[in-house]
Ligand binder design. Structure first.
Ligand SMILES: [Zn+2]
Length: 182
């Protein structure tokens, strides 16, 4: 296994991520992950539902984001922590909607968040539009804004019909490291 992958796993362990190795993925369509992981928890405190197949770089970016960036936002806007993240897709062998180009999901490099479970059991759905002045709305906005940077692509409700009910986050490489957040 390349040194980069080994270092990435060490960093995951340090963050309290619970994961297991998944056999290499290489499908005829071109979908592939050389060293995939199955992620069960993003940290000791945050579960992932269901477990997600991702490449290590994506798993690490998610784990760091939920460990370092998200807690101040939840404290401020929700007054309680997130205990679970529910997702719709991680690795999926598919092309981008309306194109023949493979999606970042096809490389385990993308993650679609449907909802956040809060400590009191509340399910905060990305699709629902809370009152814009509510803490929930402020949190969803703040989360989306903060994600643009650590993640190279951030799409969600309002971006287009395909993203009306979830936040799509990915690590797509673009020229000049440019970001695409909409
Ligand atoms: Zn997606």
């Amino acid at each position: 296994m390349p040194a980069k992958e080994v270092a990435c796993r060490r960093a995951l362990t340090k963050l309290g991520v619970s994961y297991s190795e998944h056999k290499p993925i290489a499908e005829a369509a071109g979908c592939a992950i050389a060293h995939p992981l199955e992620i069960e928890r993003l940290s000791a405190k945050i579960a992932l539902q269901p477990k997600a197949t991702l490449n290590c770089a994506m798993a690490l970016t998610l784990a760091r984001f939920f460990t370092d960036t998200t807690p101040p936002l939840t404290r401020r806007h929700l007054k309680q922590p997130i205990t679970a993240v529910r997702h719709a897709s991680a690795y999926v062998c598919r092309s981008r909607a309306g194109t023949r180009k493979l999606s970042e999901h096809a490389y385990g490099n993308a993650f679609d968040i449907m909802s956040f479970t809060l400590a009191d059991g509340t399910e905060l759905d990305v699709a629902k539009k809370p009152n814009p002045k509510s803490g929930s709305a402020r949190f969803l906005d703040a989360f989306r804004t903060a994600a643009c940077g650590p993640f190279k692509t951030v799409l969600g409700p309002g971006a287009n019909a395909d993203h009306a009910n979830h936040f799509h986050l990915d690590l797509a490489q673009r020229r000049n490291d440019s970001l695409y957040c909409k």
